[in-house]
Design a protein around this ligand. Structure first.
Ligand code: HEM
Length: 425
């Protein structure tokens, strides 16, 4: 393959955890940056990456156009390590069309209902892992919002939650070290899980066809998109599956960290319990910033001129331009390693000028690909933490701040070990 011109420094011997055994994917790139500076190449397996961390480089990264350097293609190349190929072909309702204003109101109403169901399940006292709690909540809210009648209740819900845990696309970046095994089994478990999802969603479609369409706005849109198609049931089921998988990437993990941080900061917890929603949102944003472990990647489709502030590189098609949030979010300026909700004013940094570029820090991305689900996600995190922390006194049982899964390189961190809390109404 043609190379980058001029030739950037090359991190020989550095690979990414899909291709070579790496204990800590983020630490490996940090070590390469310490050796080679803010812009360098990594050749990993069949892939070529130009990593950039300088202020101008990160700004150039966010300015890349989809036509020249594609996030869609980069996401596909990442997710196909885990997901069966069939799920990508021919989708008619995509995750980025989910967040019209009236949609969000429906999702938040479903979240309220899911929170009540969680409280019933938890009962008056017990012990629960905060990340498990958040994940089940995310499944329930999501499936009620887009998987059709009956999918968020009873046996259908339990089967769907199990199937989606097996089909979780975020395994591609949370457990990249497991992707060789997924390939070796030809994605047998994932295919079985997708069949299971299809069967249950098809039952929901039949109920919908029979007039059971209570508060199923998005599901109705998905169904309508497949009117008259010969493979209608599969088309609807795969649309639902890809949407739910997209929703699982970050939100539940971010809710988990919001609990962790609030439980570790009693004064903030008290404000949350007193109903200060603006503050609770800023706490949620701050927890998400600190938990970010995202690799941001764009796959070059047509040669791009990429300026990192010191050098202008020509990057040819087939290369990936990348940056890594955990190497910026907590170190781009002094003090960023602390959890401090007041660094945010609404969704923006209170003092952006303290940074060489405001783009060096983010929870939901910058520019044209920034997360369309940000307002919804922050509202959902606020509702989940404030409702459950008002209902229960929670006592964390971890003894030091939980650590992320070391191999993870992408998305919001998952906790490496259990994070149980004892709770009492
Ligand atoms: C706390 C929760 C979430 C966080 C921290 C988060 C974070 C992000 C970030 C950082 C990006 C930009 C990635 C890049 O530029 O390469 C992004 C994009 C995106 N997110 Fe989220 N996200 C969250 C929740 C969700 C949810 C619930 C959905 C629903 C399916 C979602 C759907 C998307 C989509 C479709 C994009 C791509 C937008 C585009 O390419 O134009 N996100 N998200």
């Amino acid at each position: 393959m043609t190379g980058v011109v001029p030739t950037p420094p090359c991190a020989e011997g550095t690979g990414l955890p899909w291709d070579v055994p790496v204990d800590d994917g983020v630490a490996a790139i940090a070590a390469a940056r310490a050796r080679h500076g803010d812009t360098f190449a990594v050749h990993s397996g069949p892939d070529h990456y130009l990593f950039t961390f300088s202020p101008a480089g990160v700004e150039s990264f966010y300015a890349l156009t989809e036509e020249a350097a594609s996030k869609g293609v980069a996401d596909y190349l990442m997710l196909r390590r885990k997901l069966p190929d069939d799920i990508f072909a021919g989708r008619r309702t995509l995750p980025n069309t989910l967040f019209r204003r009236d949609d969000v109101a429906g999702y938040l109403a479903n979240l309220d209902h899911a929170l009540e169901q969680s409280i019933t399940e938890l009962g008056p006292a017990g012990s629960v892992d905060v990340f498990d709690l958040a994940r089940r909540l995310g499944h329930r809210m999501g499936l009620a919002s887009w998987a059709g009648p009956g999918s968020a209740d009873g046996a259908a819900f339990e089967r769907l939650a199990r199937a989606f845990d097996a089909l979780d696309g975020s395994d591609a970046f949370v457990h990249p070290d497991r992707m060789a095994a997924v390939a070796a089994t030809e994605k047998r478990a994932e295919r079985a899980a997708l069949d299971e999802v299809s069967e249950i969603v098809s039952t929901a479609v039949r109920r919908f066809d029979d007039g059971d369409d209570d508060s199923q706005g998005l599901f109705g849109r998905i169904v309508a998109a497949w009117d008259d198609a010969p493979d209608r049931l599969q088309g609807i089921a795969f649309d639902v599956a890809l949407i739910h998988i997209a929703s699982m990437s970050n939100l539940a993990a971010a809710v988990g960290w919001a609990f962790v941080d609030l439980l570790e900061h009693p004064a903030a917890l008290e404000r949350v319990c007193l109903g200060d929603n603006d503050f609770t949102q800023r706490c949620a944003l701050e927890s998400t910033r600190l938990a970010q472990r995202s690799i941001m990647t764009r796959t070059v489709l047509a040669t791009v001129d990429f300026d990192d502030g010191a050098v202008s590189y020509q990057v040819p098609p087939g290369w990936n331009i990348a940056t890594l949030l955990p190497l910026l979010n907590t170190s781009a300026a002094p003090g960023l390693e602390q959890w401090d909700p007041d660094r945010w004013t609404r969704h923006r940094l209170t003092e952006p000028n303290a940074l060489p570029s405001p783009m060096l820090v983010t929870a939901f991305g910058h520019g044209r690909h920034s997360c369309p689900a940000q307002p919804f996600s922050l509202a959902a995190m606020t509702a989940a933490t404030s409702r459950l922390l008002r209902e229960y006194r929670m006592t964390p049982r971890w003894t030091s701040h939980p650590l992320p899964v070391p191999a993870q390189i992408g998305g919001v961190a998952r906790a490496a070990g259990p994070c149980p809390v004892d709770y009492l109404r």
